[in-house]
Design a protein around this ligand. Structure first.
Ligand code: ASP
Length: 220
């Protein structure tokens, strides 16, 4: 698994890659950020089998058969999980972790633990977490690219679209991202087939998977 995390207050960041038997790699990335290490901190380990579901085994076999790792798009259902947050004090943060089905197939470290690619957070601009074809995400620095467009005055929607379209037109790379700006505007956007997402703002929960399929719920 790969994971990274970033604190938008001071741009401190932590990342881990190719770790095994860690129940929550994002917590480990946070400990790296805070300069403490897993064993010293008593991070619980679990047997590797517990992290591999029957479903993901079948998926891996299927992807191997289809040689999906070499296609410049993104595997469905990668196991990547991302979060971005803006708190009431104006602090921004992101975290991204992945079970990395492609990592298992080709033995590589992906974009998720790379700051600027798998995510980025800066209190002056916003926070982004990304998913999709890691090789493309790394080359265009997708998270930082989206925030660059926000810095240039684009809306969060336009910034996400510009960044994802650049990756698609330049590299045929598909993916998705969630972005929250320092003003609390947010977007979930993707060029891949689907991207399950959810957002909470002012007591209102919104969630979706497919395009044009957003559900809204009042949390009060
Ligand atoms: N970006 C991940 C990787 O390439 C996979 C994904 O998010 O779909 O490792």
């Amino acid at each position: 698994m790969d994971a990274s995390i970033m604190d938008g207050r001071d741009l401190s960041a932590g990342a881990v890659s190719a770790v095994r038997c860690i129940a929550n790699p994002t917590k480990l990335a946070r400990l790296v950020m805070e300069k403490k290490f897993a064993a010293d901190m008593g991070i619980p380990e679990i047997p590797v089998e517990k992290l591999i579901t029957e479903r993901s085994k079948k998926h891996l076999e299927k992807e191997k058969l289809e040689k999906g790792a070499h296609k410049a798009d993104c595997p469905k259902n990668s196991g990547t999980v991302g979060a971005v947050a803006l708190d009431c004090k104006g602090n921004l943060a992101y975290a991204t972790s992945t079970g990395g089905i492609v990592n298992k197939m080709v033995g590589r470290v992906g974009d998720s633990p790379c700051i600027g690619a798998g995510g980025y957070a800066d209190n002056n601009v916003g926070a982004v977490s990304t998913t999709g074809h890691g090789e493309s995400i790394l080359k265009v620095n997708l998270a930082r690219l989206a925030l660059f467009h926000v810095e240039q005055g684009k809306t969060v929607d336009a910034a996400a679209e510009l960044a994802l379209n650049y990756m698609k037109s330049k590299l045929k790379g598909l993916g998705g991202l969630i972005l929250v700006s320092k003003t609390g505007d947010w977007v979930a956007k993707w060029t891949s087939a689907t991207m399950p997402w959810a957002a909470v703002k002012n007591g209102k929960l919104q969630a979706g998977i497919d395009l044009c399929d957003t559900k809204t719920m009042d949390l009060h």
